[in-house]
Structures are given as structure tokens and as C-alpha cells.
Design a protein around this ligand. Structure first.
Ligand SMILES: [Zn+2]
Ligand SMILES: [Zn+2]
Length: 157
């Protein structure tokens, strides 16, 4: 990768600062009950990106293992000083991170490509008609652009 910076981000106290070296592959807005509980809010915004495209400027987030019903591990990486969640590792895939878009300095840089688990979406949230939305999950092969799929295959290999 080049050393170009796509976006900067960090935790609430400033101990953790990071940059994304490129746009994410794809961005989820997840309305599932787990994400609601873990954020204390209505949904989470997860930007999927290669771990090696996240450059830690300073600080070192620590992994907190979440209980899951799927049996796949979910680690949330948090600033150890202020507890802000900066990204997740879903499924123990070392090469892939789910960055919390709200921790970007300019979170309007990244918009959701899909809404998932809308079956538990809070009823007062209206979704834009131009963004695909699914009751539960979706078919990655059908929805992702070819270039993004290629990136995903590289980190899954
Ligand atoms: Zn912090
Ligand atoms: Zn979720």
C-alpha cells in the first residue's frame, strides 16, 4: 500500500489515533440486537477494511471478547483508557477489521452500503430507499462490487 491517508480517527480521550489508508471495502449499518446493546444505541456502522490498511498512529486498543449466539468469536477493540470501541474482529479473521465509522474524525466520509438485520430496526428510523436493506443478512457475492470482492478474497486466503 502507498502511504496515502483516506481518513483519520481515534477514541474519545485521544490515546488511540489511527488512519485508514484507503476507503473500506464495504460498510454495514447493522440493526441487530447485539449491536444495539454493544453500542447503547440504535445501530452500529461498521466499515470493513483490511487490518493492514489501518495504521495506528499511537495507542494500542485492547480486545474484549463478546458473547455471541453464532459460536464465532467477536472481539471488540477498545481504548484501554476511555473504553471507546474503535473496531471489531468478527469471526477471528486476523486480516479483516470492522471499523466503527463514528470514531472517524469526519464520519460523514463513509456512508453505509447496506442495512442489515432490519427485522430489529427501531421503528422510528426511516431508511433511504436507494440503499439495499435486508431483514437479516445478504449474499456478499451478489451485492459487493468486484473490486471489493477481490480485496475480501485476499484477506480470507
Ligand atoms: Zn481513549
Ligand atoms: Zn449487528
Amino acid at each position: 500500500m502507498s502511504d496515502t491517508t483516506f481518513a483519520l480517527g481515534g477514541c474519545a480521550c485521544g490515546a488511540v489515533r489511527y488512519s485508514l489508508q484507503s476507503p473500506p471495502m464495504f460498510t454495514h449499518c447493522c440493526h441487530c440486537r447485539d449491536c444495539q446493546r454493544q453500542t447503547g444505541s440504535a445501530f452500529v456502522l461498521n466499515a470493513l477494511i483490511e487490518t493492514d490498511r489501518i495504521s495506528l498512529r499511537h495507542g494500542e486498543p485492547a480486545a474484549f471478547r463478546m458473547p455471541t449466539s453464532s459460536g464465532h468469536p467477536h472481539d471488540i477493540y477498545r481504548c484501554v483508557d476511555c473504553g471507546t470501541a474503535v473496531w471489531s474482529d468478527y469471526g477471528g479473521r486476523a486480516g479483516l477489521r470492522f471499523v466503527r465509522v463514528g470514531t472517524l474524525d469526519e464520519p460523514d466520509t463513509v456512508a453505509p452500503d447496506v442495512h442489515i438485520f432490519t427485522r430489529s430496526k427501531l421503528p422510528w428510523i426511516g431508511l433511504p430507499t436507494e440503499t439495499p436493506a435486508f431483514e437479516v443478512y445478504y449474499d456478499t457475492q451478489k451485492l459487493w462490487p468486484a473490486a471489493a470482492l477481490e480485496r475480501l478474497h485476499k484477506v480470507s486466503a
